[in-house]
Design a protein around this ligand. Structure first.
Ligand code: AMP
Ligand code: MG
Length: 208
């Protein structure tokens, strides 16, 4: 497979790769992601194959804002909108109940789904243009360090993915914080770019 090199202005080509079920390396503020249409189980399966990632490790879906939550999540609690207003776009991932439109491949069969809005103008423009949520783990081969430049991604993925968008080096190196909003009180599942203290300021009680 030839891996297309794309520039930030090539949002139409990038969105087209995603819409037709391809794999696309995308810049985010944390690390480069390996993205596919989160609604297309066959496309998502290819992410696991390209990375060598175990199928039982669920993916985070990337959206452009809280207005997308009710499309993909059921029973969205008011707290989700509180967190989105405070921390999106940014390194906060929320676990919510999924709607059936999200396939098992994306959630590893769980009845919940992880959702985040990345703080990167290029990737936000691509998601908006594609009009679909993007499932994306880090763009490295499983077991290798995460990639913070497009060149790093090519070292692991050249010939295995349809395209890579060069958005320059990633600003942060920290993963997103993951908080589960399907339980009360909300529970911190993974520490990251947003601190426990910031979450408690916004939510009150947070379990760890
Ligand atoms: P990564 O893409 O490698 O940063 O990993 C995403 C991580 O998000 C997974 O390894 C899980 O720990 C977590 N995750 C994704 N979806 C869910 C979910 N539905 N419930 C709980 N944790 C999740
Ligand atoms: Mg990773």
């Amino acid at each position: 497979m030839h891996t297309q090199r794309l520039q930030p202005r090539d949002t139409a080509e990038a969105a087209e790769i995603l819409r037709r079920g391809g794999l696309l390396g995308i810049p985010t503020e944390t690390v480069y992601g390996l993205g596919a249409n989160a609604l297309d189980g066959t496309a998502v399966k290819r992410i696991f194959e390209a990375k060598g990632r175990p199928q039982d490790n669920p993916l985070i879906i990337h959206v452009t804002g809280a207005q997308w939550l009710p499309r993909y999540c059921a029973d969205v609690p008011p707290l989700a909108y509180v967190l989105a207003r405070k921390f999106w776009p940014g390194p906060l991932t929320m676990i919510l109940k999924r709607r059936p439109i999200i396939p098992d491949e994306t959630t590893a069969g769980l009845d919940t789904v992880a959702v985040r809005c990345p703080n990167h103008p290029v990737t936000l423009a691509i998601i908006r243009e594609a009009g679909i949520p993007i499932a994306a783990p880090s763009a490295n081969l499983s077991g290798r360090p995460s990639c913070t430049t497009a060149q790093d991604v090519l070292e692991d993925m050249d010939g295995k993915i349809d395209g890579i968008v060069d958005g320059g080096p990633c600003a942060v190196g920290v993963e997103s914080t993951i908080v589960d909003l399907t339980v009360m009180p909300p529970r911190l599942l993974r520490p990251g770019g947003v601190t426990l203290e910031q979450l408690r300021d916004a939510l009150g009680e947070v379990a760890v």
